[in-house]
Design a protein around this ligand. Structure first.
Ligand SMILES: [Zn+2]
Length: 63
């Protein structure tokens, strides 16, 4: 799982987090979604001011 386009915006102390998560082609969408949900939980725990997290899942581009 690779993260890019990470953005943090602060509105009066409330943090809004936005990122894209790339998942490898062999990973199922269900598994990718599960991992992103775990990641969001971790971000919430480590950044107490988080009001909302928005993530986009996209397939990893072949390099
Ligand atoms: Zn993207």
């Amino acid at each position: 799982m690779k993260i890019h386009a990470l953005r943090l915006r602060d509105f009066n102390g409330a943090l809004y987090v936005n990122f894209h998560a790339e998942f490898p082609p062999e990973m199922t969408l269900a598994e990718a979604h599960r991992q992103v949900t775990l990641l969001e939980d971790q971000v919430c725990q480590q950044l107490p001011g988080v009001a909302e997290i928005e993530s986009h899942l996209e397939p990893q581009k072949p390099t």
